[in-house]
Design a protein around this ligand. Structure first.
Ligand SMILES: C[S@@+](CC[C@H](N)C(=O)[O-])C[C@H]1O[C@@H](n2cnc3c(N)ncnc32)[C@H](O)[C@@H]1O
Length: 271
C-alpha cells in the first residue's frame, strides 16, 4: 500500500537529486548522468563521501536493531532513499517479523521503487508515503493508518536534516522535529544522522557548495546544533558521536581506521 496526496511529479533527469547522488556513492544503479556528475564533483572535493554513505547506512542498521532489540515494533522512516539491501524493514522484521514500517520520501524515484520497499513478512506490514518531511500533518496522518501512535514508534531521519534550514520562515528544522516528536508516545526513539562541519570543515564546505550550486540547499551542523534536535530526550549509548562510533561493530571499527567521516549520529528515547 502506498499513500500520497497528489500524483507524484515525473522523474526529473535534468538536475541532480540527493537520493540519486547518494545511490551513486553507494554503488547503486538508480541514478542518471547528472547525478553521477555531481556525485563525482563532490567526491573530488571531499574524498570521504563514499565511506561516509556506507558508514551512515550501517549506522541505520545498528540503530534499528537497537530499537527492535529494545522492543519497538513500529518504525517511521522519513527520507528513506532508494532501496539498498538490507533496508530498514528487513533489519526490523528480521528481529521481529510482526514489525510495522512506514517509509516516507518526497523523491519520485523513491516512489517508483516503493514496491521493492514493501516486501513484508506475513505478520508485519510495510507502507510507503510519498510526501515531504516539511508536511508533518500529511505524513503523520497517513502513517497512522499503519502505526499506532499511542504506542512507541522509532522515528528515523537518517542523513536527511542537512537538507533542512533552521530558519523559521524556511524549513524551521528544529520546530519541525519537535512537531514529530510531540506526536510520539513515551518510549519512542528518535534516530538521526547528518553531515557536520566540525571534523573536516574545508572539505565539507566545498561539498556543501557543490550541492547548493546544483540547486539543493545544504546545512551541515555542529555538534551543539545537531544535538539540539534531541532536546528533551534521553540519549542511548554514547550520545551524539561520529557515525561509525555509534555502538560500532567490527566492520565499523575497521572503517574508522580508514579515517573519520564528517557525519554525526545519535539515538534518543522519549521519556
Ligand atoms: C542521503 S539520502 C538518505 C537515505 C537513507 N535515509 C539512508 O540514510 O540511507 C536522503 C534522502 O532524503 C530524501 N529527502 C530530501 N529532502 C526531503 C524532503 N524535504 N522530504 C522528504 N524526503 C526528503 C531524499 O529524497 C533522499 O532519499
Amino acid at each position: 500500500m502506498t499513500g500520497s496526496e497528489a500524483a507524484p511529479p515525473a522523474i526529473d533527469t535534468s538536475r541532480p537529486h540527493p537520493a540519486r547522488v547518494y545511490d551513486w556513492w553507494l554503488g547503486g544503479k538508480d541514478n542518471y548522468p547528472v547525478d553521477e556528475a555531481l556525485a563525482r564533483r563532490i567526491l573530488a572535493v571531499d574524498g570521504t563521501v563514499v565511506r561516509g554513505a556506507r558508514a551512515n547506512r550501517r549506522f541505520m542498521h545498528r540503530a534499528v536493531r537497537a530499537a527492535a532489540e529494545a522492543g519497538l515494533r513500529q518504525f517511521l522512516d522519513i527520507g528513506t532513499g532508494i532501496p539498498t539491501e538490507p533496508n530498514l524493514h528487513q533489519v526490523a522484521q528480521g528481529i521481529a517479523p510482526e514489525s510495522k514500517i512506514v517509509y516516507a520520501d518526497n523523491d519520485p524515484i523513491v516512489l517508483r521503487h516503493a514496491e521493492a520497499l514493501l516486501h513484508s513478512t506475513a505478520e508485519g506490514s510495510t507502507t510507503y508515503v510519498h510526501a515531504d518531511v516539511r508536511d508533518p500533518d500529511t505524513i503523520l496522518r497517513l502513517a497512522s493508518e499503519t502505526l499506532d501512535f499511542t504506542r512507541p514508534v522509532a522515528l528515523s531521519l537518517v542523513a536527511l536534516t542537512h537538507y533542512l534550514s533552521d530558519e523559521p520562515d524556511r524549513d524551521d528544522a528544529y520546530g519541525l522535529l519537535k512537531r514529530y516528536v510531540s506526536k510520539l508516545a513515551a518510549g519512542s526513539f528518535l534516530i538521526l544522522s547528518q553531515v557536520t562541519p566540525d571534523l573536516s570543515p574545508e572539505a565539507v564546505e566545498r561539498a556543501a557548495d557543490q550541492f547548493r550550486r546544483s540547486g539543493t540547499p545544504f546545512f551541515p551542523r555542529s555538534l551543539a546544533d545537531f544535538s539540539r534536535f534531541f532536546d528533551g530526550l534521553e540519549f542511548l549509548g554514547p550520545g551524539v558521536i561520529p557515525v561509525s562510533g555509534w555502538r560500532p561493530e567490527p566492520e565499523d571499527v575497521a572503517a574508522q581506521a580508514e579515517g573519520i567521516v564528517p557525519v554525526y549520529a545519535g539515538v534518543a528515547r522519549k521519556p
